[in-house]
Design a protein around this ligand. Structure first.
Ligand SMILES: [Zn+2]
Length: 305
């Protein structure tokens, strides 16, 4: 079965302005690299998330800000986070991609799916867009898996180099969702200390600047993957940011593309054991175009086998 890849042209239209790291070329680099490498991907147009799906995790106030402001030109929601005339549609398609990918794997159409979307989502909290993120697509997808599909255990695996403060905050009192993150500390947003444990469902692992492949793999092998094994999720969701790569300008963890292939393979093994293989991955960060292309190819290669 070809791997479904959910994307939408609107995700390229979210315009963050000149010099912004989270730029449309990021997604174009991912799409171009995947198209060049694989001729058997099942490209699908992402639907819009519905208000009801978004309201499972986000406040009405945030929906109003993102969807109803409709600025005539770019405005800043904070120093990092931009709303352009096209952003509402981008945000709806990004969250909608994650929901559609969950529907796809839970219907048994395929075991895995990838969402090639932007803006990223894991910093967005219930009520606040921040850190380049408008809606938290992975969180919306997890809530959909719980509330629409009736799952009892969903793991969110976040290997973006930044801590997914928004995802953690949304689910820190929700024992049906496990959130696991490896991230550089110190680094934006300065959350994700290992003593932040939620209701026992949060597991944060700090990586040092210069950590490198060996430390990254040991962190996952020895601490994070065994916790997934113990939780036995019925679905794995992945916040797939590739900004721990050595080329990335925003962090210094110094990974190589093969590290993402390795971790993706480990996650697939866990999904096969506990979740009937069901794994949905959603693009988060990654700010070097060449690294984004190489890492997304490595990740998708491991998702499609
Ligand atoms: Zn990041």
């Amino acid at each position: 079965m070809p791997l479904p890849v959910f994307t939408h042209p609107a995700c390229l239209a979210h315009d963050t302005g000149p010099g912004h790291a989270e730029r449309p070329q990021r997604l174009q680099a991912v799409v171009d690299a995947l198209r060049a490498q694989f001729d058997d991907l099942d490209w699908r147009e992402a639907p819009r998330a519905t208000r009801g799906q978004l309201l499972r995790v986000h406040s009405g106030e945030l929906l109003h800000t993102v969807l109803e402001t409709r600025p005539a030109e770019r405005i800043h929601l904070d120093p990092d986070t931009v709303l352009s005339p096209e952003s509402a549609e981008s945000a709806l398609r990004t969250a909608g991609a994650a929901v559609a990918a969950v529907d796809c794997v839970l219907a048994g159409e395929t075991r895995t799916a990838f969402c090639a979307v932007r803006p990223p989502g894991h910093h967005a909290t219930a009520s606040q867009a921040m850190g380049f993120c408008l809606f938290n697509g992975v969180a919306v997808a997890a809530a959909h898996a719980l509330e629409h599909h009736g799952l009892a255990r969903v793991s969110i695996v976040d290997f973006d180099v930044h801590h997914g403060n928004g995802t953690q905050a949304i689910f820190q009192s929700e024992p049906r969702v496990q959130y696991l993150s490896s991230h550089q500390m110190p680094l934006y947003p300065d959350t994700g200390h290992p003593d932040e444990r939620g209701v026992g469902n949060i597991l944060n692992a700090a990586l040092a600047p210069g950590e490198g492949s060996e430390g990254f793999r040991a962190t996952w092998r020895d601490r994070l993957l065994p916790a997934i094994e113990a939780f036995a999720p019925q679905l794995l969701l992945v916040s797939a940011g590739f900004d721990a790569h050595w080329r990335d300008p925003l962090a210094q963890v110094q990974l190589v593309a093969d590290d993402y292939a390795w971790l993706t393979g480990e996650l697939r093994t866990l999904a096969e054991t506990h979740a009937q293989g069901r794994l949905v991955s959603v693009l988060e960060g990654g700010y070097d175009l060449q690294a984004l292309g190489e890492c997304s190819v490595a990740h998708v290669a491991a998702l499609r086998t």
